[in-house]
Write a protein that binds this ligand. Structure first.
Ligand code: KG4
Ligand code: ZN
Length: 338
């Protein structure tokens, strides 16, 4: 099945053409980072307007790049939620109009379902596996028994991991989005002996908390009495990343062990983090687990990732109607309920 995939849940407009939920013919991303950088975060109204401006030309470009004509397409898959509702509505409305005009079926899928299944575009990962979904809006652990079969094991009780990276970067006046900048500074390898707390690690559940870690960074900054210099900034970034990576990896390993899972898929924007990749790889080797990370382009927001679930649902006749609506919050466990 030849699918057009569309993603507009936050600050990236993305369009992809994917065959059989596997072969990526085009995967284009129009980032709005420059637009929002001046505000230190995503401004929802600006995001919606930019999506509206770029979605049509982006889809044409994706079709050209894939060497595909509109009439060749056999279906459309779009992110239905969760995300910024105005931003989602642009993708959902465009997808409905496009599917209607081309007379092909349409399916709305969950953004995190896309992230978790993105790995299947690059290599086959057998079910069941533990999914570690770490992004700007999520820090969730799921047991995945197949497409559409997700069970929540643990989640953040406050900030998402990516959100914490972005907020700490903001405190350090490093710019937006902060995750990649902190990653770069942490790679210098010197944490100056600073140790930030690892919240919830002593708790027996698989939940996370990042707000205490963030407050510890703020308290440390206040204790300096003056703005940190370049070396101190890098040390704080390194110490924060080590603490965040520690909590994510340890909770994930415990969850995998409790569920008897030997495969772990790490997904979402924070899965680009080099410290997280290294630590997971090391621990997985020690524990004889298989650990999977998609390529960075498939970790961050993109549309190709949606085509794995999209192809699966549409080939089984599971589609959405033209009354499909965007939803800002939507638990993944309910994602396969059409
Ligand atoms: O999945 P994603 O692109 O969008 C959402 O669904 O939220 O994730 C974006 C998040 C941002 O918070 C960004 O700072 C973070 O992923 N991120 C990183 C890295 N690259 C992106 N965090 C840590 N290290 C990175 N290298
Ligand atoms: Zn995402």
């Amino acid at each position: 099945m030849l699918l057009l995939a569309l993603e507009s849940s936050c600050d990236e407009t993305a369009a992809a053409v994917v065959r059989d939920g596997k072969e990526v013919l085009a995967n284009l991303i129009a980032s709005q980072v420059d637009l929002h950088a001046a505000y230190g975060g995503v401004v929802p109204e600006l995001a919606s307007r930019r999506h509206l401006e770029v979605i049509n030309p982006l889809v044409s470009e994706a079709l050209d790049k894939a060497g595909v004509k509109r009439e060749d397409l056999e279906g459309v898959v779009v992110t239905r939620g969760p995300g910024l509702v105005g931003a989602l509505l642009v993708g959902v409305s465009f997808a409905k109009a496009f599917a209607y005009a081309c007379q092909v079926p349409l399916v709305g899928v969950h953004h995190i379902e896309g992230h978790i299944l993105a790995i299947q575009l690059e290599q086959q990962v057998d079910y069941p596996f533990l999914a570690v979904a770490v992004s700007g809006g999520h820090t969730h652990l799921f047991r995945v028994d197949g497409i559409g079969r997700y069970r929540l094991l643990g989640r953040t009780v406050d900030d998402a991991a990516g959100e914490a990276f972005d907020k700490v970067a903001k405190m350090l006046q490093l710019g937006y989005p902060g995750g990649p900048i902190i990653d770069r500074l942490a790679a210098q390898g010197d944490d100056g002996g600073i140790v930030f707390p690892r919240p919830m690690l002593k708790k027996a559940n698989f939940d996370f908390s990042f707000s205490g870690m963030k407050t510890a960074v703020l308290n440390h900054l206040h204790s300096l009495g003056a703005a940190p210099d370049e070396a101190q900034t890098a040390q704080i970034a390194a110490a924060f990343q080590t603490a965040a990576v520690d909590v994510i990896t340890q909770k994930a390993l415990r969850a995998a062990e409790a569920e008897g899972l030997t495969r772990i898929v790490v997904a979402g924007g924070v899965a680009c983090n080099s410290g997280l990749r290294q630590k997971f790889a090391r621990l997985a080797e020690q524990k004889a687990l298989h650990i999977y990370f998609p390529s960075p382009i498939l970790c961050a927001d993109n549309a190709a990732m949606l085509a794995v679930a999209g192809d699966y649902y549409l080939t089984r006749g599971l589609s959405s109607g033209l009354d499909l609506n965007a939803v800002s919050s939507w638990p993944l466990e309910e994602a396969a309920n059409f």
